[in-house]
Design a protein around this ligand. Structure first.
Ligand code: NAG
Ligand code: NAG
Ligand code: NAG
Ligand code: NAG
Ligand code: NAG
Ligand code: NAG
Ligand code: NAG
Ligand code: NAG
Ligand code: NAG
Ligand code: NAG
Ligand code: NAG
Length: 489
């Protein structure tokens, strides 16, 4: 299931001199930064985090320790203040982690970004997915502070893992066989806000509750503002969005190409909130097609395509892969006629890693803003250029991020979203070409259901199976990223 990354670290070779920023590490927003005496039994966590949307974890506070629980597996992490005795009363503990942690490691890109969003990247000693990381400051830290996991050598990797207070990983990830492994599963959440709320999970390990709460409250407020403004302006003119991908024939899929439409829960959630409608063909999480004809038929009434294929390509290559030989002949598809074909690959690292797998997870409001911009490009008076989405049909360029884009490597990463409250949302102009094929009669209809028979009659439709072939045969950025894609497609 996991492929080694073929992109060599050299690809990221230090092309740019390290900016002379030493960045003082701030302790503002951290609590109980000192170890306590073993006899101290007062409540040392004045600021607590409570979970509002996320379903994957809970945090319970005790005087000198916290218990983070996974209700699905009953795995239990005990985070106890350094200096205090390990609590003995908690049952079936998966890991005891002394906090605040001085040294941490993360295998997945999304975990790394949460640490950066908390401003605790000064504790990070090892990272997985290093060659594909897009974050400018993590790239800079990787040049001389953070060591990538040596994941070709398990002895070495184990040693690296054990030298940290905590190792963030995912179930089924590489080298989980250490006593300090902690699983995070933000990618399984069914809402974008639920994913971002995992900042509280990570924050607990650093006694950074205040930072986590403040950041998440701001994201939540800004998200709700975007959602309510989009609903107010665009409820009766919701374009239909489909998240699609193509996999070419390879040795991994029996040399049989297939096409896929993704139905991840969080996508329903965020598409609705962006003032659009999610294409729905089945109740399944993803749907595979073995012929492009069947695939295209399902896309008959779609207004906007978001292509997530694991290849980097241009508009003509995408059309060819989708079975459209002549774009001019295919204007019976609204998304072709209006040229609304996007990929979430605008922000990339030099080696082709996608920013899409990083900040949008932590910053749900920025993700929503981008999707509003895709669905309703003129929502802001002065126009809007999405951060992550790139319109292939309009040949939007890719933006490459390098270490030189980092201004302060230890600063808390800023939320890239605009301040919704100060954005004057523009009403939809139904005669605008962007809306030329968007139905305007389906007020309140938040999901677009393709007639089931239309698709199934082809006989080539199948729901995704457990042996998910999307994991292999693509241009692979990194093992963990693939795993995340599997989980979210
Ligand atoms: C317990 O630790 C907290 C946090 O370090 C400190 O503020 C408090 O004074 C300590 N209490 C006692 C009784 O030592
Ligand atoms: C909880 O357990 C489920 C089932 O194994 C797993 O998929 C998920 O990642 C776990 N969540 C956390 C927070 O560890
Ligand atoms: C988790 O714990 C509950 C209550 O102790 C038990 O009923 C359930 O079977 C456990 N689940 C797993 C996956 O171990
Ligand atoms: C972090 O480092 C300090 C200073 O060396 C030490 O006193 C403390 O115990 C360490 N904390 C943890 C969680 O190991
Ligand atoms: C793996 O790493 C260990 C410890 O650094 C080293 O001794 C060993 O030679 C390495 N093995 C290989 C196959 O490179
Ligand atoms: C896990 O680690 C323990 C202790 O280091 C070792 O005995 C065991 O063989 C390891 N298991 C696997 C599957 O690597
Ligand atoms: C692979 O493709 C060949 C030729 O189309 C077919 O005969 C065979 O059954 C396929 N194998 C599997 C495992 O699907
Ligand atoms: C999508 O369609 C299927 C089958 O028509 C239906 O069961 C399912 O509830 C729909 N999903 C949503 C989120 O409406
Ligand atoms: C759209 O037009 C093309 C070319 O004429 C045709 O092959 C295709 O079947 C049409 N698609 C739909 C959904 O009508
Ligand atoms: C588009 O990509 C294909 C495949 O990579 C390539 O052959 C073709 O030259 C590209 N076309 C343009 C206009 O860049
Ligand atoms: C990174 O810096 C380069 C050079 O200054 C600039 O052209 C580029 O737009 C920056 N990228 C981002 C994403 O800000």
């Amino acid at each position: 299931m996991y492929l080694r990354c073929s992109v060599s670290l050299a690809a990221l070779a230090v092309l740019f001199s390290v900016a002379a920023v030493d960045g003082a590490v701030s302790t503002a927003g951290l609590q109980s930064t000192q170890c306590v005496s073993s006899s101290n039994s007062s409540d040392i966590y004045a600021t607590k985090s409570t979970v509002k949307y996320a379903t994957g974890f809970t945090i319970a506070y005790h005087n000198t320790y916290k218990v983070v629980e996974n209700k699905t597996t009953n795995s239990t992490y005990v985070l106890y203040q350094c200096g205090s005795a390990k609590p003995s009363s908690v049952k079936d503990v998966s890991a005891y982690i002394p906090v605040p942690v001085n040294s941490s490691a993360a295998w997945a890109t999304s975990a790394a970004i949460f640490l950066e969003a908390l401003g605790v990247q000064n504790t990070v000693k090892n990272l997985g997915t290093a060659p594909s990381l897009v974050s400018a400051c993590l790239q800079e830290l990787l040049q001389d502070v953070i060591t990538p996991f040596n994941d070709g050598n398990s002895t070495d990797t184990d040693h690296q893992e054990q030298s940290n207070d905590v190792v963030f990983n995912m179930p089924g990830g590489e080298d989980t066989n250490t006593t300090n492994t902690v699983y995070s599963t933000e990618y399984l959440e069914s809402s974008a806000l639920g994913r971002s709320e995992w900042v509280k999970f990570f924050g607990a390990f650093f006694n950074a509750e205040e930072r986590a709460n403040k950041l998440f409250d701001a994201i939540d407020t800004n998200y709700q503002c975007f959602a309510s403004k989009a609903d107010k302006e665009y409820n009766d003119i919701r374009p239909v969005i489909a998240w699609t991908s193509y996999a070419g024939p390879t040795q991994y899929n029996n040399n049989t190409a297939y096409w896929q439409i993704s139905f991840a829960d969080y996508k329903y959630d965020i598409v609705r909130d962006a003032g659009a409608r999610m294409l729905n063909t089945t109740g399944k999480q993803s749907t595979m097609f073995s012929t492009s004809q069947a695939f295209l038929r399902a896309l008959k009434d779609v207004d906007i395509i978001i292509d997530e294929s694991f290849v980097s390509y241009n508009y003509s290559a995408l059309m060819k892969n989708y079975g459209i030989a002549d774009v001019k002949q295919a204007t019976n598809y609204s998304w072709v006629a209006t040229g609304r074909v996007f990929r979430p690959d605008r922000v990339q690292s030099t080696s082709g890693g996608l920013g899409w797998f990083e900040a949008p997870v932590a910053f749900a409001d920025a993700l929503l803003q981008d999707l509003v911009g895709v669905a309703h490009p003129k929502f802001a008076k002065d126009g809007y250029k999405p951060i992550w989405f790139r319109n292939l049909a309009k040949s939007d360029p890719v933006t490459v991020v390098t270490a030189s884009n980092c201004t302060d490597m230890y600063a808390q990463r800023q939320d890239p979203a605009g301040v919704c409250a100060s954005i004057d949302f523009q009403s939809a102009n139904p005669s605008d070409s962007d809306y030329s094929d968007v139905e305007q009669s389906r007020t309140q209809d938040l999901i677009y259901d393709v007639s089931k028979s239309e698709v199934v009659n082809d006989g080539s439709l199948s729901s995704s199976s457990s042996s998910n072939p999307i994991s292999v045969g693509f241009f692979v950025y990194s093992a963990l990223m693939v795993a995340i894609v599997i989980a979210t497609l």
